[in-house]
Design a protein around this ligand. Sequence first.
Ligand code: PLP
Length: 405
Amino acid sequence: MSQLPDQVACSGFSRRTFFRFAAGASALAGMPVLTEPLLAHAARPHFTDPNIGIHIDANENPMGPCEAARQAMIDIIPRGGRYLFPMEDEPGEIFAKQEGLDPESVIPFAGSTEPLHYTVLAFTSKDRPLVIADPGYEAPMWAAQVAGAPILKVPLADPRGAAIHDIKAMLAASSNPGVIYICNPNNPTGTCTPRADIEYAVANAPKDTILLIDEAYVHLCDAPRSTDFVKEGKNVIVLRTFSKLYGMAGIRMGFAIGRPDLLAKIVPFGGQNSLPITAVAAAKASLLQPDLVATRKKKIADIRNDTLAWLKSEGYATTPSESNCFMLDVRRPGKEVQAALAAKDMFVGRIWPAWPNSVRITVGTPEEMAAFRKDFTEVMSSNTAGLTPAPLPRRLAEHPFTHLS
Ligand SMILES: Cc1ncc(COP(=O)(O)O)c(C=O)c1O
């Protein structure tokens, strides 16, 4: 990267902080405003009052931030009157060192939603489609709508079995995609796409197509990480978040990982914002806990596997999840079951139009999953015909940028 101007170099701004600020100054003026009709086709999550009932609807981590992260946030609060810009680079530097990455290829954001949105805005257009698996995480589609880009949904391969990305069909969907989005493990199915298939995508995508590999849930599975493609200089941007395994969804921290020249194209869309210092402190502390990932991964896997085994013993089909969510085939309109469970203050995830008879279940605590089994048994032995979820609360219904999880 070129030399920073002197006044910036002397002011305590790091290179990357400066980079984010400088880039952010130019791009926002051209962004179109999302309107409700534009988003109408996307299923909207029915988030309800988190203080009422059991919420296994948003792929959150009920454990919350680890002890070290909590303490780090408490300790930084007295300094909350400051921006503390130089501190922003610390989590990315620690992460880069741990992963053997060039620190210039890691940029922090307040969650991974931001870089996801910006990557799609930067690399898709009316002539450069977004290719995405179906069912898949919808947020990239919302961004593609903003960019005016065609959205090419490709059904998952082997939907009743492995339910993985159909990489060859995704590559065949367009001769010049702007972005091919691969979510590994996939939300909502929790399934991992084999490494060989992802390698095939990297090797065979058109040369100026970006593979956006969303690893929001990767800590929960054994799948090989895709950060090595960045080290090899490929056209790959990897997303990581602290919202899932690290239990920091409400604290907001994530990374975009990619070649610096690719990152330079996404930061203009939002690189001017500074990060919450509590999130920076908590992320740093979390990364420095040596056993955190392994311990939490096992805890969540044990609860998930118990739940999947119970559902199987009851005769229900689920996706073979390696994550903190899975799709459950309820053999009737999923929205009826969702509504019947909600009437018991048991809130489960949304329905994807491609799989209308399935609902997404998030893995909660053992107590929450025990309550789910009881409520689910009762609902499935009752008549749910005609039930529909309550209308969206006003804030969500009127807010075009509703967060997805
Ligand atoms: C696949 C995937 N990517 C990205 C996100 C965004 O998460 P956050 O902005 O909290 O990092 C989510 C949230 O659930 C997700 O499921």
